[in-house]
Design a protein around this ligand. Structure first.
Ligand SMILES: Nc1ncnc2c1ncn2[C@@H]1O[C@H](COP(=O)(O)OP(=O)(O)OP(=O)(O)O)[C@@H](O)[C@H]1O
Ligand SMILES: [Mg+2]
Length: 505
């Protein structure tokens, strides 16, 4: 029985240690030994002061106190890191006296139970309860306020119509109207945070959505910031209101821009993830991860903890209202998703949004739908481009739009790819003009031997080359200037396939 018990204790996932009356270690198990990263052997026979791991800084003090008084100390919470994990961990430490009838206190035992994951879940629960109640408050105020604004705006309009021309009150009324419009914008954001905005969700493609806002984001962030759009998720259908997800992307891009006053890089990417993990409120299932990362100033812990709260801002008065992330939070919640921030001061920021993946094809060609502004296709396209990153980008964009894509790094490779693909059709050749080896026009001629009548779209970063002379194109040639945006590429490809002329200079 005793032998079995000691086997159980040795293997227990809780740390156990025993000291004699002088505070010298007599027994400890693996879990306890691991706390300061030394072997059991190295710690046996040591006084408690020598073996207290940094995480249990108060261990020796507690052991000595229990030895002196006999009063146990139960469930003391201790926190720290250990040699094996630099992250902050939490334990409950209990120290109690061990007595014999004859000799009184003969030693002290300690039991250490790790509660790190429980603490994390508690913190998450607390945070979401807080957001919930702030949301209810904000939603209530916004709702009433909206009604008041309707009255204010209506009355101003009435007053304006019955106003005589040149009346000095006219200018004041316009100011009232402007202020009311600003207030109404704020209430809309508050309603979004409180998840009270009206949604019109449909099944959309997240990849297409990020491609279609590419141009808009570029305009928002300005020229000093590079934008990389990576529609990498192989499945990307989610049930969402595209205008609201677009709003989320805009808010995040604006924050990123503000965090990179000296320039930097903004990356918008998608991925399929199997599960958000049981640590996250999103739970199990498959999700589309939409990640927005910047290389900017980053956030300290304090800012990160409060960032989603409405009206929390570190920006000077007049520059930020603190509603950007609150709006994102509300929108993502309303979509049954989760949103979280990873950031370190000086190391940039990544905001990750998980939206539940749906098992249905994205709807197409719904009028007014931001995700469907980009023209799609299912034709086969051969890309010939010696610059690997440009080729990858074009291929990724076109695949996300539904095309089948073949790739080659030069004219010779292109010819063998094309021959191997026979007799299946290739509808379009997208070729760089200036490349080592065959130039674009030669590539086109060779491929036309294999695929007579194939349509050709040339791209180049040089304004003067074999097909562009003095900024003028040869007649009947479709040309797309580099660098091109995903949206421009999508449009140019569609136009050439549909037999329309393209001149994108
Ligand atoms: N990408 C980021 N990098 C660094 N800090 C950020 C980033 N995004 C948000 N923050 C921090 O979080 C705070 C809250 O962001 P939020 O978008 O909610 O409000 P805001 O940008 O200050 O104002 P608003 O968006 O209403 O104009 C910001 O003031 C900033 O301190
Ligand atoms: Mg903001």
């Amino acid at each position: 029985m005793l032998a079995q018990l000691s086997i159980l204790l040795a293997a227990a996932p809780i740390g156990i240690c025993f000291w004699d009356a002088s505070g010298t270690c007599l027994q400890l198990n693996d879990t306890f030994a691991a706390l300061n990263g030394q072997s059991i052997q190295a710690q046996l026979g040591q006084p408690v002061e020598q073996m207290a791991p940094p995480a249990l800084a108060l261990l020796a003090e507690n052991v000595r106190a229990v030895l002196a008084t006999g009063t146990p100390r139960i469930d003391r919470e201790v926190s720290g890191s250990t040699p094996s994990s630099p992250d902050l961990r939490h334990w409950e430490l209990s120290v109690y006296a061990v007595r014999s009838r004859e000799a009184g206190i003969i030693g002290v035992g300690a039991v250490v139970v790790e509660i790190t994951s429980r603490r994390r879940l508690e913190a998450q629960l607390l945070q979401s309860q807080k957001m919930e109640s702030v949301g209810r408050l904000a939603g209530g105020i916004a709702h009433d306020f909206n009604n008041l604004l309707t009255v204010i705006q209506g009355c101003v309009n009435l007053a304006q119509t019955s106003l005589e021309d040149e009346s000095p009150i006219g200018a004041d009324l316009i100011e009232i109207q402007r202020a009311a419009a600003r207030a109404s914008g704020l209430t809309q954001q508050l309603l979004a945070f409180a998840r009270k905005r009206i949604m019109s969700p449909r099944v959309i493609s997240v990849n297409r959505l990020i491609l279609s806002v590419d141009t808009l984001l570029r305009r928002l962030i300005g020229e000093d910031i590079e934008l990389e759009t990576r529609p990498d998720a192989e499945l990307d259908a989610v049930r969402a209101d595209p205008n609201q997800i677009e709003q989320v992307l805009i808010n995040l891009a604006v924050n990123a821009r503000d965090a990179m006053p000296q320039g930097g890089k903004l990356t918008v990417e998608t991925q399929v993830v199997a599960s958000v993990g049981s640590q996250q409120p999103g739970g199990e299932g498959r999700f589309v991860l939409l990640a927005v990362s910047d290389t900017g100033a980053g956030m300290d812990d304090e800012t990160r903890e409060h960032a989603f709260e409405p009206f929390f801002t570190t920006k000077e008065v007049g520059r930020g209202t603190g509603l950007g992330l609150a709006t994102c939070y509300g929108i993502v919640q309303q979509h049954s998703g989760t949103i979280s921030i990873y950031s370190e001061l000086g190391r940039g920021t990544t905001v990750k949004i998980y939206l539940p993946l749906v098992d249905a094809p994205a709807e197409r060609d719904v009028a007014g739908d931001a995700a469907n502004l980009l023209p799609l296709g299912n034709e086969t396209i051969l890309i010939v481009e010696d610059d690997e990153s440009v080729r990858n980008l074009a291929a990724r964009v076109l695949r996300a739009l539904g095309y089948r894509v073949l790739e080659a790094a030069n004219g010779e490779a292109a010819a063998s790819v094309a021959r191997a693909y026979l007799p299946a059709p290739i509808d379009l050749l997208l070729t760089d003009v200036v490349m080592p080896g065959q130039v674009g026009t030669q590539v086109a001629a060779n491929i036309a031997h294999i695929y007579p009548g194939i349509r050709v779209l040339y791209t180049s970063g040089y304004t003067e080359n074999v097909i562009v002379h003095h900024n003028e194109l040869d007649a009947g040639v479709a040309f797309l200037a580099k660098p091109f945006m995903p949206a421009t590429l999508a449009q140019a490809v569609r136009q050439v396939l549909d037999g329309r002329d393209v001149v994108e200079g």
